[in-house]
Unconditional design. Structure first.
Lengths: 546, 251
């Protein structure tokens, strides 16, 4: 007999759809520096905490969130993530209400936000580069165009979700590498370009490609003046500790999502391996933060931080209706486009902006993909009708789940795009509601070692302790404190910085409506199932099968 | 546990029902080996057959679900929803038997192409070449796998076609494209040789297994390889060349 060995494999296993690298890319795109990051940084022009400092400090704090979610996934790697954990640890009602609001309903609000980024990072710059100034202007400012972009975007997302997890991962991977290549080129332009060249390029090319509100003068000078008038003060570094923390309720719009794949981990290889989960989500957070720091430094070197902040201030000051004076730069100050003013080659500009748009196309599916798993999990538990957990037999599109996200998403898009009932003031509400969902999962994580002792002890995370306390609980307490701070700032808003607090009626009505709908669905399901002899309470005592 | 004729009849019935719906469904796994290899009944190689493993060369999985429902098989709803583009699970009414269906592909430690054309070569099971490959691609071979492989190789030679033999040119073409598959198959060929020695087989039977596996090994080694294959060969075992299927808690 040789040294060959045999194994005790019990049954035909399953090769799960996603590798750890796929999960990393999903997390990397979920805290998307180019889409979410640049979009929200531009709105922070009036804050006083250094952006680089805020990104780094918040990133460090959010690592505790990664520990919490990597731990929860390792203990219960199930499709549905937050919903499954909360419903099994905190109870079905809390789990359902918090999960469907944070993973489903609030995504309706993200629809116009995603499409706003798409038009500014894809349609507007590419049309401008192609010499179609009128079309670029239409997409940059007209609400009809914005809505058209929303519809196009939803079509694209529906198709890539219908491709299935493995094909989605392939699309995502291609976008990841092409997007990184695009960013590398932008970095090289910024590294080797000079400020004088940028300024000359901007003044010469911006009016020709996009039109200008500078009335024949220097776009550069006019932008600085408009930004100062708008009160643009955001520094790159520095600011008091208080100012840095006050910038965090804004910046988390970008970096609070390394766990966005949490609901999908039932489909990731080796999801019960805590270290792998840490590597996937934590690696994405660290890599994105490092890229952000490099980007900030390079922007400062060639574009200058002063110009970048003033351009953002001039743009949002007009768009938010604080002034009637159109910004001299007639488009959203997309740093990749600004960088491309360093070259006169339209081909290079086009290729680089197209490559950079892969940051959007590789990421866009995140708006609904994670949510489908929460809807499925709730349907498996029979809180939602079984029909929502079905797919089209040929295309495998989760038709009803998509309908439940897309139709309300389009309705909210109409409200947002045409700013009906002050909906455009609700941007940060998109983050607040999800943070409340995370609050539920964080509390679940803190008490997990004590309330589900047997399950915890049998899990791979049981060996990780700090001062004798479970790591997941310690990390959970830190992250809980951070979430409570964010919620206090958003809701009470003592400094009047975020605009979604108790004083914003639209904000409160929208939020209460979402929680109200979720509660009504749960209560109805509970009584309906009971009338048919099914106890949801009994169901929630069991961990769902994979 | 049902008797073999009863199981065989059940499998035949499932394949026929699928055919009535215009679908090509074929059996693989241990039971398929048993149907092809009388030696699987040898005292040293006999084993239990707990589950049915099938492969379906069709995207219309809803039709298959409807067909097997007539036989009392109920789907694992959540598993099929999340994995149904490539795998389906069903259980019989009494919960004694599980039916595992690979859809349009066989991907475990390695991928083995599944096409309707090749499936049509056999009436009930996958062709012998695919049957051998689906067993030999397993990185963590267990006792049952080795017994199955011994039985298969003992009863069938390698040749140029599919008629009661392993289609060697087909197997070679796959391994010449896929270094990982070649690697695992050559490792397993050696493993089966080693373990065949330990079984209570006659000397001539052991020799047959050894000689046939040598034919396989020598042919695979001699075949011209693609550039991609050669590049991967230079990296060798430093990078993992296979996937490891995970156990699934199936409720």
């Amino acid at each position: 007999m040789s040294s060959s060995t045999l194994f005790l494999r019990k049954a035909t296993g399953l090769v799960r759809s996603w590798s750890v690298f796929d999960a990393f890319v999903y997390a990397f795109f979920s805290i998307n520096l180019i889409t979410l990051g640049l979009y929200i940084f531009s709105q922070m022009y009036y804050l006083e905490g250094g952006l680089l400092t805020t990104a780094v400090v918040s990133g460090i704090i959010i690592l505790t969130q990664v520990v919490v979610y990597a731990g929860l996934i390792a203990v219960m790697p199930r499709a549905g993530g937050d919903y499954v954990w909360q419903s099994r640890i905190l109870g079905g009602g809390i789990g359902f209400v918090l999960a469907v609001t944070g993973w489903w309903f609030i995504l309706w609000l993200w629809t116009p936000l995603y499409s706003d980024m798409l038009r500014h990072e894809f349609f507007v710059p590419l049309l401008g580069i192609l010499g179609m100034q009128g079309a670029a202007d239409y997409f940059a400012w007209n609400p009809n165009a914005w809505f058209i972009v929303s519809v196009i975007m939803i079509g694209y997302i529906t198709v890539i979700i219908a491709l299935g997890m493995r094909s989605y991962a392939r699309v995502q991977k291609v976008c990841f590498w092409v997007g990184l290549a695009g960013l590398a080129i932008v970095f090289l332009f910024l590294l080797f370009g000079s400020h004088d060249a940028f300024r000359a390029g901007l003044d010469a090319r911006a009016p020709e490609m996009f039109g200008s509100g500078a009335a024949g003068g220097s776009v550069y000078e006019a932008t600085l003046a408009a930004g100062e008038e708008a009160g643009a003060v955001l520094p790159m570094t520095g600011g008091s500790l208080a100012a840095v923390f006050l910038a965090m309720p804004y910046i988390v719009f970008f970096n609070l999502w390394p766990n966005w794949g949490a609901t999908l981990y039932g489909e990731v290889k080796g999801a019960d391996d805590f270290k792998r989960n840490m590597l996937g989500m934590g690696g994405a957070l660290v890599a994105t933060t490092v890229l952000a720091v490099v980007f900030f430094l390079l922007i400062n070197k060639t574009i200058t931080w002063d110009f970048y902040t003033n351009a953002n201030g001039a743009y949002w000051n007009y768009r938010w209706g604080f002034t009637d004076q159109a910004p001299p730069l007639n488009f959203w100050p997309y740093p990749a486009m600004l960088t491309m003013f360093l070259t006169s080659s339209r081909i290079v500009q086009f290729v680089v902006i197209l490559a950079m748009s892969m940051w959007f196309f590789g990421w866009a599916g995140t708006i609904f993909l994670s949510s489908t798993r929460v809807i499925f999990a709730a349907a498996f538990d029979r809180v939602l009708p079984e029909a929502v957990a079905t797919v089209h037999p040929r295309t495998r599109t989760p038709i009803w789940a998509m309908v439940l996200m897309v139709v309300p998403g389009l309705i909210v898009s109409i409200l947002y795009v045409w700013d009906i009932a002050n909906f455009q003031s609700l941007t940060l509400m998109s983050t607040l509601v999800i943070a409340i969902t995370y609050l539920g999962s964080t509390i679940s994580a803190i008490i997990l070692p004590y309330t589900k002792k047997e399950m915890y002890e049998a899990s791979p995370i049981a060996k990780y302790k700090i001062l004798g306390l479970p790591l997941i609980s310690v990390a959970g307490v830190i992250f809980l404190a951070f979430l409570l701070f964010l919620l206090y700032q958003w809701l009470i808003d003592p400094n009047g910085l975020y605009g979604i607090g108790l004083t914003n009626t639209s904000s409160m009505v929208f939020m209460l409506a979402m929680y109200g709908i979720a509660l009504v669905i749960y209560v109805f399901a509970r009584y309906y199932r009971r009338s048919r002899g099914v106890s949801l309470d009994m169901l929630y005592k069991e961990i769902p099968a994979e | 546990m049902a008797a073999l004729p009863e199981v065989q009849s059940a499998v035949q019935h499932i394949v026929e029902l699928a055919a009535e719906q215009g679908m090509v469904l074929r059996l693989l796994g241990g039971l398929a080996v048993r149907l092809h290899s009388p030696s699987a009944n040898h005292r040293s190689l006999a084993r239990q057959y707990a589950d049915f493993d099938f492969v379906l060369a069709d995207r219309r999985t809803d039709r298959l679900a409807a067909a097997v429902a007539k036989l009392g098989y109920v789907p694992n709803q959540s598993f099929n929803l999340l994995n149904g583009d490539r795998r389906l699970l069903f259980y019989d009414e009494r919960g004694e038997r599980q039916m595992d269906v690979f859809v349009n592909e066989f991907h475990m430690c390695h991928s083995i192409p599944i096409t309707a054309d090749r499936l049509a070569l056999e009436p009930v099971t996958v062709p012998l070449a695919e049957l051998l490959l689906t067993k030999m691609q397993i990185v963590q071979l267990n006792e049952k796998d080795v017994r199955d492989l011994c039985a298969l190789v003992l009863d069938h030679s390698f040749g140029d076609g599919d008629d009661d033999m392993f289609n060697l040119p087909y197997i070679t073409s796959l391994c010449a494209r896929d270094w990982g598959l070649w690697k695992t198959i050559t490792i397993n060929a050696q493993k089966v040789r080693d373990f065949a020695d330990a079984y209570d087989l006659e000397g001539g039977q052991k020799l047959t297994i050894t000689e046939r596996l040598d034919v396989l090994r020598n042919t695979l080694d001699a075949a011209p390889k693609s550039l991609k294959w050669k590049a991967r060969d230079r990296i060798g075992e430093r990078v993992q060349w296979y996937d490891l299927p995970e156990e699934v808690q199936r409720g």
